[in-house]
Design a protein around this ligand. Sequence first.
Ligand code: 4AD
Ligand code: MG
Length: 480
Amino acid sequence: MFNKRTRIKELLKSNSVDFETTVMGWVRTFRNNQFIAVNDGSTNNNLQIVVALGMLDDSTLKRITTGACIKATGKIIASLGKGQKVELTADSIEILGDSDAEKFPLQPKKHSLEFLREIAHLRFRTNTFGAIFRVRHSLAFAIHDFFNKKGFVYLHTPIITASDAEGAGEMFKVTTFPLDGTAPKSDDGSINFKDDFFGRSTNLTVSGQLEGELAAMAFSDIYTFGPTFRAENSNTTRHLAEFWMIEPEMAFSDLEDNMNLAEEFIKHIIKYALDNNREDLEFLSQRLEEEEKQKPQIERSEMGLLEKLDFVINNDFERITYTEAIEILKECSHNKKKKFQYIIDKWGIDLQSEHERYLVEKHFKKPVILTNYPKEIKAFYMRQNDDGKTVAAMDILAPGIGEIVGGSQREERLEKLTQRMNEMHIPTEELDWYLDTRRFGACPHAGFGLGFERIVQFVTGMGNIRDVIPFPRYPKSASF
Ligand code: 4AD
Ligand code: MG
């Protein structure tokens, strides 16, 4: 067996010294031919390895370079130097993998996030991305923990589908047909998918919700957690073409139950990260503070990262209707002075992220749940309210991000649902299986979708969504 090692995180937090151990990891720095700072990704803190003078020959010393992978065996002792409690005095050092110092792109200095995005295959080895992806892991774990404790069934919904769950037409096609124009055509000139792999037109899923609803009508409470794909041409700091989404779906639930669950859920996972990733969050908080120093005073956040997260878990989210939000926005001085790019002048318009952020950051200064949107700007499956104008939708808006959750109570009345689908030109024949839930034992039910990367952004304080997913996909970019 090769792997007999102790993780650096364990060594640094243990209080015992004077024992033999082995560590393996990647060299961050090597000073004076004597002090190696090594990191194994279990924590951002490096272990200092002390090499006695004369212990290694010159050719081995030369191979201890930034980026090289090493195995070190020796004794853990109380550190003589400053900055660390313990260090390892090496008895032996083995180079597991060389790294040419001239060519290794990560130097022990500050690199820009843009540069690191270009070398995303190596950026895991920096402190910033080490912290981000350990937090991302914890949040994913906390999500499963939350729903598991509540008795929800984790449902794996398909990635290849034949439907458009959001009815927005933002889908990536899936086909094995050649792209050279020789794909079979129907009489009307359109591609005939009968002979394609699935015998029909298929695409990557935009949401697991519709399948989730089917399962909720059997298990009562389910959730999905998987990748979703949107071919929307949005080049923003909050959009990805491939992102992960968590979608719980609950039978016997209305809009209020939905909001309550979403709020409890978000607070639970943030608290989990605060309790389990303190060190990484402190590092990220510091990073954000440094970054914000570059900004003009007025654009800086009022709270530090940890303070903001504490605030969110300890305070109720504000809950207002879309109609109330429009009133606030219409009357605010920002709107009157025409400082919004899109002026709010009438009920019915879709809110842009500048409006969402105004409500959250300037007006309420806390997360806001907006409810009961005009039906024209929401999906076909949302439950129609008695006013004939709005639907039982809810979006949760977070400071610095905007929308992190989109959800609704679902239209469980067959007639109302098919009527709305017809109005919106959603083909009812193709979604006949979905309509079956409304034919056989329908009940009031509700659910929502949390954009995973958006909550990771919120918790880590990262400004760009491309920095919180290992290998981001966005317009004109699918490297690695
Ligand atoms: O609001 P959306 O489109 O809602 C749905 O897909 C519903 N089927 C959810 C449900 O009710 N089960 O997306 C939900 C969330 C958004 O609030 C946002 O956080 C995230 O998914 N999201 C994106 N995240 C990154 N990049 C994109 N292009 C995203 N589009 C949506
Ligand atoms: Mg939405």
